[in-house]
Design a protein around this ligand. Structure first.
Ligand code: FMN
Ligand code: SF4
Ligand code: SF4
Length: 591
């Protein structure tokens, strides 16, 4: 049988890893303590997500950062308090071509939904939930997290048709997320030694009761309508519909990409637009679904936007079409928001509009534009592309700090009051509101943040063939990996000159889905995920794998590696590296 692309670590192993890393290197899943977000008591960043409070308005968008438990925990440590979980659908054994992520300049990908089987996905979300509840209370972190980490929201995402969404598999997913007591009880006994005091913790059983519907991959309007009604009536959920950038129409998107932003190398095709929801129908749909939600006492909102389908002319990703994200998408999605506000005055919950429908936003949000984005009134602003750039989850804290600093500089102490200040500022400058003001700046003074010229910087290159041991030790493979599959370990002194460099880089092979992101950013020539030592914990997966690899096994001496055929000569070096000062962050008891 074909191997699954990912095999998550158990709750016990993840918690063991947290304790080990914190003790030996003051990090958690490779995130430095300096990148852990501590709320500023003078600035209240909280916002209301479909009636639920969340302590900050940013978080990871549905994508690689919300797929596995450690990813979600990393995003939370960075300050996210809202998580758009990776999309779940009935087909949960997708065969995705690799590499599937290209973040060299703007973003492209050929990913779909969750790669884990639905029951495994459920456990990843439950494990993340439990770990966060534990870390909130874990004394060693108090100094870094502050006394009150504030409320957070896990928002489910499902796709892509009613038949799949109403299948037993997806129904069970939704209902388990609404009440995960059984899974929590089943996992509780895995809580290991340094966290034993939390074995009896009362973990809140309701992990999520909101849902964002991904309308990607050609979900027709009537289907969207039927799914939202189904989710509200059958599952009692408050729902957001995630719309596609095709809503702006072929001509406008093409002219925006080519004429305004200079992306002459990006090709959109008319057919992809014709197959998707059209603007006029979206306007009626938003009205109808809002009325329907009101009749049930439920909440409804929209999300702008999913990725843009484009032709794959670059040829680096092995599928066609591919999906564009990042800076140019920001301009498209903001323009869609402007048009919707014009078409539907008083409908959206935005400053100056006074409506009820919230607008969630995900399109090229990053530190440089987070304030201008959130000042539009959107919330949350979820992020994918920027978190796949160097620094990874460590980019969240500076993003939040930039927002908090702008609020404080305006003399305000809360996000809500600050948005009104920004509305007044926009009006004083002759704009309808901050949405209109933002549009003017992103195609005006700030265009360098969004156009091709501002997003074409070449990545650093070193003319050297990457080897298993030694490299320029830039650490990029560690930070750009959404799954924290890479780990760095200090070279043992006696080997430093022999194997080169102070640091060695190793991959937890079961956490690597060969997405290609570390290969994009590695300045040396070669794919780190294939060349650096691959560490396996699961014997069957190790035996089924090709190429170099090392099975970690527990022995009386701690953890010892066994090599795949032909790689035995590397054992002495590997054994010395993993037994070094910091050690591989796995406890022998978890293997
Ligand atoms: C690699 C990758 C995987 C994604 N997977 C999903 C997904 O499973 N479901 C979904 O609704 N959106 C998915 N998205 C879209 C993001 O959630 C987000 O809406 C989009 O990338 C725009 O935000 P950004 O510009 O910050 O990346 C994915 C995006 C990327 C780059
Ligand atoms: S190790 Fe590299 S290829 Fe593997 S998941 Fe991480 S970034 Fe992707
Ligand atoms: S493998 Fe590449 S990306 Fe990773 S630290 Fe070495 S040089 Fe940097």
């Amino acid at each position: 049988m074909e191997q699954p692309p990912l095999t998550p670590m158990s709750l016990g192993a993840l918690l063991g890893r947290i304790a080990h890393e914190w003790e030996t290197r003051g990090r958690i899943f490779d995130l430095m303590s300096a990148r852990i977000w501590k709320p500023d008591p003078d600035v209240d960043l909280s916002f209301d997500f479909l009636g639920r409070p969340a302590a900050t308005p940013i978080g990871p968008a549905a994508g690689p950062h919300t797929q596995m438990a450690q990813n979600i925990v990393l995003a939370w440590l960075g300050g996210s308090r809202i998580f758009e979980l990776k999309t779940v659908q009935v087909i949960d054994d997708l065969d995705i071509a690799r590499p599937c992520i290209d973040m060299e300049t703007i973003g492209y990908n050929i990913e779909w939904s969750q790669e884990l089987a639905v029951p495994v996905t459920i456990d990843e979300y439950v494990k993340a939930w439990m770990i966060i509840e534990i870390l909130k209370r874990w004394e060693p972190l108090r100094e870094y997290l502050g006394d009150d980490t504030g409320p957070m929201v896990f928002d489910m995402s499902v796709g892509y048709d009613l038949e799949g969404i109403s299948s037993d598999k997806v129904r069970n997913f939704i209902e388990t997320m609404k009440d995960a007591s059984e899974r929590i009880e089943a996992l509780r006994s895995e809580i290991p030694d340094p966290f034993l005091e939390f074995r009896d913790l009362e973990f809140p059983p309701a992990i999520s009761d909101t849902l964002t519907l991904s309308t990607f991959h050609g979900c027709p309007p009537d289907e969207i309508d039927a799914i939202v009604r189904y989710l509200m009536t059958e599952h009692d959920l408050d729902v957001i519909v995630k719309l596609n950038p095709t809503l702006l129409g072929f001509e406008d998107v093409e002219s925006m990409l080519h004429d305004t932003l200079g992306y002459d190398d990006v090709t959109v095709t008319r057919e992809a637009f014709d197959a998707d929801l059209q603007f006029d129908r979206a306007v009626t749909l938003i009205g109808e679904l809002g009325t329907f939600a009101d009749s049930l006492g439920r909440k409804f909102g929209i999300k702008l936007s999913n990725t843009l389908v484009v032709s794959n002319e670059k040829g680096w990703l092995p599928d066609d079409p591919m999906y564009l994200s990042g800076p140019p998408l920001h301009v498209i999605s903001s323009t869609i928001l402007d048009r919707l506000v014009t078409e539907l005055p008083g409908v959206f919950d935005l400053p100056g509009q006074g409506g009820d429908r919230i607008v969630s936003f995900s399109a090229g949000v990053r530190k440089e534009n987070v304030s201008d984005t959130i000042a539009m009134g959107v919330g949350p602003a979820t992020i994918c592309t920027d978190l796949l750039k160097p620094g990874g989850y460590g980019r969240l804290k500076p993003t939040l700090k930039a927002l908090a600093a702008d609020i404080a500089a305006s003399g305000q102490s809360s996000l809500t009051a600050w948005k009104q200040t920004k509305l007044a500022e926009a009006r004083a400058n002759g704009h309808r509101d901050w949405v209109a003001s933002h549009i003017a700046s992103i195609v005006g003074d700030d265009i360098g943040l969004y156009n091709k010229e501002g997003n074409s910087k070449k990545l650093r290159e070193v003319d050297n063939e990457l080897q298993m041991w030694g490299c320029v030790a830039c650490n990029l493979c560690v930070t750009v990996c959404p799954n924290d599959a890479f780990v760095k370990l200090p070279s043992p002194n006696r080997l430093a000159s022999e194997i080169g460099g102070r640091w060695q880089y190793l991959v937890f092979a079961e956490l690597c889905n060969e997405c290609g992101n570390c290969m994009t950013f590695c300045p040396e020539v070669g794919d780190p995920a294939q060349i650096k030592p691959k560490l396996w914990l699961d014997e069957a997966r190790f035996e089924g794998a090709e190429g170099q690899g090392f099975l970690l096994v527990a022995s009386g001496r701690g953890i010892v590696p066994i090599a795949s055929e032909g790689w035995e000569h590397e054992i002495p070096t590997l054994a010395a590296v993993i037994a070094g000062d910091q050690g591989v962050p796995i406890r022998a008891t978890d293997i």
